[in-house]
Write a protein that binds this ligand. Structure first.
Ligand code: SF4
Length: 216
């Protein structure tokens, strides 16, 4: 068989799609990043978004969609990634981002039972997923799929959070050891857990499952 890994994940992602759809998420499968970008553009046009923003997501940045949307003409763009922003402005933009028509981000894990599991530092990403933006697109590489909630939380605490702390140059113990020590550091990035069991309203949250490894 050619491409056995892609074939394996095509089958596995189809099952995950069924589980997510049973939980009222709108789900798309993309065989690669280019296909995922096409789906996002189609959703963006279909819903007629007049405003757009995003929550922290390596996957979103890796697809190149951030570069595409950050200067998009004719709509309100709230860029929360701009590194030049003073902290107060960044904070205000993150607040305003919760009222956009389309909010794009990633997820720390997706369970085979069709649930999203996330852990945030400030909480703006999980806030947007939970309530506020009229539509949410979650971009998720196949590496985010885990069997259940327990595995998802293990994945986040044992891998995603320490690796993210390293990526963000935080002064936390996990940056030195790779192991979570449930720190009390001011730089602690693990502050709010969410488990999104279903999309309400139905299809408000649109998930693009991508048959590639992306993000952490
Ligand atoms: S709680 Fe602290 S030590 Fe543990 S992963 Fe989060 S930032 Fe790192």
């Amino acid at each position: 068989m050619e491409k056995p890994i892609e074939n394996f994940w095509s089958l596995r992602l189809a099952d995950v799609k069924d589980a997510l759809e049973a939980n009222n998420f709108e789900v798309h499968i993309a065989e690669n990043v280019d296909a995922a970008k096409k789906i996002v553009r189609e959703v963006f046009q279909r819903i007629g978004a007049k405003s757009i923003s995003w929550g922290g997501s390596m996957t979103y940045a890796q697809t190149g969609l951030y570069r595409e949307f950050k200067d998009y003409p004719g709509i309100e763009v709230i860029d929360t990634y701009d590194k030049e922003l003073p902290p107060e402005e960044k904070f205000e933009r993150r607040r305003r981002a919760l009222l956009v028509d389309l909010f794009i981000t990633g997820t720390n894990a997706i369970t085979e039972t069709g649930k999203l599991v996330n852990l945030d530092m400030q909480g703006n990403r999980v806030a947007g997923i939970t309530f506020g933006p009229r539509n949410v697109i979650i971009l998720a590489g196949r590496n985010k799929v885990v069997p259940d909630i327990e595995d998802a939380m293990m994945r986040v605490k044992n891998y995603v959070a320490p690796a993210n702390a390293m990526r963000l140059n935080m002064k936390t113990p996990c940056v030195k050891t790779s192991i979570c020590e449930e720190c009390r550091s001011p730089d602690r990035i693990c502050n709010t857990w969410t488990i999104t069991e279903k999309s309400l309203p139905k299809a408000r949250i649109k998930i693009v499952l991508i048959n590639e490894n992306l993000g952490l």
